[in-house]
Design a protein around this ligand. Structure first.
Ligand code: ADP
Ligand code: MG
Length: 232
């Protein structure tokens, strides 16, 4: 966990409690939690070369500890298909962010593989004053906002608890493959939730965690966005 410690130390030194998506994904990756391949870049040239290296289509996102809601800030571009589009998206994101948040600290941009559409789910952790870390599982997108269709368990959880969390939500039939749609790999989702439980148990510095969304397929699950907030 040396590199993981380095990320936490850097945030502590800079007196910030927000980890960027990139930093959050690095910690998660080391904990064995599947995240989409994500690189940090600092220049337009690097954006283009890394995009080519990953293979189009890619996603570009602003990387800043001061910008927590990236889409709302004009900081996310999906489905970038070639070098010209990557170059344009780099300029557009940077100028939009500099205009809206002139004092934001910018680490650069992330370039990510564009994941194909899957069933969107979310896993979160927040700390309850009485019970400590509590995990949440739900369907992503408008379903979670509109229906509050989520389940909760106190950390640490077993694989059996994770299985129950998944089956408890009303949207469970969607995960099983509704009307011929591709199902989600439930076993891999259970595994992911257990790994998140272990990770937060072993990292008490974490105050809040959000994997929103995770894309679930029949043979794979992968978090495409991650946010970690540290204790102050
Ligand atoms: P925000 O900070 O606004 O939550 P996200 O990183 O979640 O930003 O990106 C917004 C949306 O874009 C996600 O909810 C997801 O639907 C889509 N998205 C983000 N990253 C990827 C990716 N790597 N591949 C495919 N879709 C993505
Ligand atoms: Mg998100």
């Amino acid at each position: 966990m040396t590199a993981g410690t380095a990320i936490l130390d850097k945030a502590r030194t800079e007196r910030r409690t927000v980890l960027t998506e990139f930093e959050s994904k690095k910690l998660l990756e080391r904990a064995g939690i599947p995240v989409v391949e994500t690189r940090l870049v600092r220049t337009k040239q690097e954006t283009i070369s890394v995009s080519k290296g990953l293979g189009f289509p890619v996603v570009l996102k602003i990387a800043s500890p001061d910008i927590v809601h990236k889409s709302d800030s004009g900081g996310v571009r999906l489905g970038i298909a070639n070098a010209t589009q990557a170059s344009r998206a780099y300029s557009e994101i940077m100028s939009s962010i500099k205009q809206r948040y002139p004092s934001a600290i910018i680490h650069g941009l992330t370039v990510q593989k564009m994941a194909r559409p899957g069933i969107e789910v979310i896993v979160g952790m927040s700390k309850d004053p009485q019970f400590g870390p509590v995990l949440m599982f739900g369907l992503g997108g408008i379903l979670v906002e509109l229906l509050k269709d989520v389940s909760f368990r106190i950390v640490p959880i077993t694989k059996r608890d994770a299985a129950e969390m998944i089956r408890e939500i009303k949207g469970y039939p969607l995960l099983k493959g509704y009307r011929g749609q591709e199902p989600a790999n439930i076993d891999m989702l259970e595994d992911l939730i257990v790994r998140v439980s272990r990770f937060v148990e072993q990292t008490p510095e974490i105050k809040e965690l959000d994997l929103n969304p995770i894309f679930a397929y029949k043979d794979r699950v992968v978090a495409v966005d991650a946010r970690i907030i540290l204790e102050g």
